[in-house]
Write a protein that binds this ligand. Structure first.
Ligand code: ZN
Length: 286
């Protein structure tokens, strides 16, 4: 299959932080999120990156909420599932890993380092956690998506590759514009891409997202450079300045229009599985 003109489009519908008071359109319950993911899949999204909330709609790694969301989506859609391992702060390693260990999505996020978050708290991904995460994801045949907030995080991934803990061809998600990480500027994205190329040649895949006003420049530059892209209310609740997105579908449709204009197409979930070399024998949850 020639996949050279395919763009993998990830949608992150919910995230950890936005509340209904920020935007009434954010899906928060498992049913709301599953419905939104199915709508995004119907509009062409390739991958759903999933967070869940607790009963007070706060950031959470509640296993039952993940299980329900995954069950509801799998019943209605073939979209690739990517579960977060960073759904809250200060949680135990076991709580962070249980959803992918038991639900076996094809992908899960791997935040490749620790950083100060918004000048208020620590986004903690300790060396011991990252080693455990690498080993467990390999055992579970869940492909890591290496979320890169800063250049040093790429070097952490390279270290684990050298150590033999990561054997799957790495797939990076450049997360630009998070408070405490690299800003959402095209020059930063190009630098991260260059670091990957210098160290891995063409033996990696990558995607990018921009939070805030860098959202569109990052998407357009990623597409121009041959990368994949992520959109969704986890990263941006505004469709454009002063205008809330009424649905994550709006973001999906905008990328689909853009991709079409540059003579590319959005990868279907099965094409995404092929491009990223995902394990397709993940057991379905009952
Ligand atoms: Zn996330």
């Amino acid at each position: 299959m020639d996949t050279s003109n395919k763009v993998i489009l990830t949608v992150a519908c919910t995230g950890a932080w936005p509340q209904k008071s920020d935007t009434p359109y954010i899906p928060l319950t498992p049913q709301e999120e599953a419905d939104e993911i199915v709508r995004c899949a119907d509009a062409g999204a390739s991958i759903a990156h999933i967070h869940v909330r607790d009963d007070a709609f706060k950031a959470s790694m509640d296993f039952d909420k993940f299980a329900e969301t995954v069950r509801l989506v799998r019943a209605r859609s073939n979209i690739v599932l990517n579960l977060t391992t960073s759904g809250g702060l200060g949680l135990s390693d076991e709580v962070r890993m249980r959803p992918f260990q038991e639900l076996r999505p094809e992908m899960a996020s791997f935040d490749a380092g620790t950083m100060n978050w918004a000048h208020t708290t620590i986004f903690e991904n300790s060396p011991s956690f990252l080693e455990k995460l690498a080993v467990s994801m390999a055992e579970c045949k869940v492909t890591p998506e290496f979320e890169i907030f800063d250049a040093g995080m790429i070097y952490n991934v390279l270290y684990y590759i050298k150590k033999g803990l990561i054997t799957h061809r790495p797939h990076f998600q450049f997360v630009l514009g998070a408070p405490g990480g690299m800003t959402a500027e095209v020059k930063n994205m190009m630098f991260l891409h260059e670091v990957c190329e210098d160290n891995l040649g063409s033996n990696f895949t990558w995607s990018a997202l921009g939070i805030g006003k860098g959202h569109l420049p990052i998407i357009y530059a990623a597409l121009a450079l041959g990368g994949h892209v992520r959109v969704g209310m986890e990263d941006n609740i505004f469709y454009r300045k002063g205008q809330l997105a009424k649905s994550n579908v709006e973001f999906v449709e905008r990328v689909r229009r853009t991709v079409t204009e540059i003579e590319k197409t959005i990868a279907t979930p099965d094409e995404t599985r092929s491009i990223l070399g995902l394990h397709v024998d993940s057991p379905a949850i009952a």
